[in-house]
Ligand binder design. Structure first.
Ligand code: C2E
Ligand code: CA
Ligand code: CA
Ligand code: CA
Length: 275
């Protein structure tokens, strides 16, 4: 009876809000946080196995929340799904990454390439290729310093034509195109032939599951035979690394090398990296 009373008081708690209200509050908070400049990027190194060197860094969005500390995207995912906010966050990502690349270029830091993640909404204007090239020019960052990561879901989504047209233009300009989360959707290598893809990123779900070794091996073989470099994400231990190297994987990324780090830690990582 006591439990029942407690449950009842939770159910009727007037401070309990609906999922919709919580979502709206999060979107409102994110909007204010963008204005307050609380979004930033962390950088995770991508390692080239053949040369034992740093190929580049993936830029990953973080919310430096004044009370809750550094928040990862799982805490603000609805913002990436909101058309207006995902465009604003996309702007933040590009501007932050390019400004940072300019600073590293000026300081002579050998960061390789920086990969920026792109959401579906950013393709909607049909001008993404032009916008990206304008930004690169404005920051005086060479096109071949930038990689864009587009998920398999975006490629196969609402407007494959717009996406394919945009990535084709960017690829022609020298921006590298990576297909993210490969294997999590329904894209096959065959229908991806229409896109100029330079990098195939195997999702960490496959990399971390020993039972998926045959899939990982097959993706590496197929990707390589189609002229793409294959990147494995989520590499957490030596065993995974050795298996990937044995399969001929080109590049790896994961906690085994480093977690994503704030920009000010990158120069030290680059300096201290011994393959
Ligand atoms: P993603 O693009 O697939 O990025 C890889 C995720 O795996 C990152 O999570 C990274 O921190 C995490 N990771 C890397 N190595 C390891 C590892 O060894 N073990 C484990 N368990 N995880 C590892 P993060 O930073 O939380 O980002 C999650 C997702 O949020 C990203 O997945 C991406 O889809 C999205 N995202 C992040 N930044 C941006 C952005 O600027 N724009 C857009 N549109 N999406 C972003
Ligand atoms: Ca990514
Ligand atoms: Ca992934
Ligand atoms: Ca993902």
């Amino acid at each position: 009876a006591k439990d029942e009373g407690r449950n009842r008081s939770i159910v009727f708690d007037p401070s309990m809000r609906s999922a919709l209200e919580q979502r709206l509050e999060l979107l409102r908070d994110v909007r204010a946080a963008i204005e307050a400049d609380e979004f930033t990027l962390y950088y995770q190194p991508v390692i080239d196995l053949a040369s034992n060197s740093i190929a580049g860094f993936e830029a990953l969005m973080r919310w430096a929340h004044p009370e809750q500390g550094i928040l990862t995207p799982d805490r603000f995912m609805p913002a990436f799904e909101d058309q207006d906010l995902s465009l604003k966050l996309g702007d933040v990502a590009f501007e932050t990454a390019l400004k940072q690349m300019r600073a590293w270029l000026d300081a002579g830091i050998e960061f390789g390439r920086v990969a920026v993640n792109i959401s579906a909404a950013q393709f909607r204007s049909g001008r993404l290729a032009e916008e990206v090239q304008e930004r690169l020019a404005r920051w005086n960052v060479p096109c071949d310093r930038l990689t864009i990561e587009v998920t398999e879901h975006v490629y196969m989504g609402w407007a494959s034509d717009v996406v394919s047209d945009t990535v084709r233009k960017l690829h022609a300009a020298g921006v590298m195109i990576a297909l993210d989360d490969f294997g999590t959707g329904y894209a096959s290598l065959a229908n991806l032939r229409q896109f100029p893809i330079d990098r195939l990123k195997i999702d960490k779900g496959f990399v971390q599951n020993a039972e998926d070794a045959a899939i990982v091996k097959a993706v590496i073989t197929l990707g390589s035979s189609m002229g793409m470099k294959v990147v494995a994400e989520g590499v957490e231990d030596r065993e995974q690394l050795e298996a990937l190297a044995a399969y001929g994987c080109d590049q790896v990324q994961g906690y085994h090398f480093s977690r994503p780090m704030p920009a000010d830690k990158v120069p030290g990582f680059v300096d201290g990296f011994v393959g």
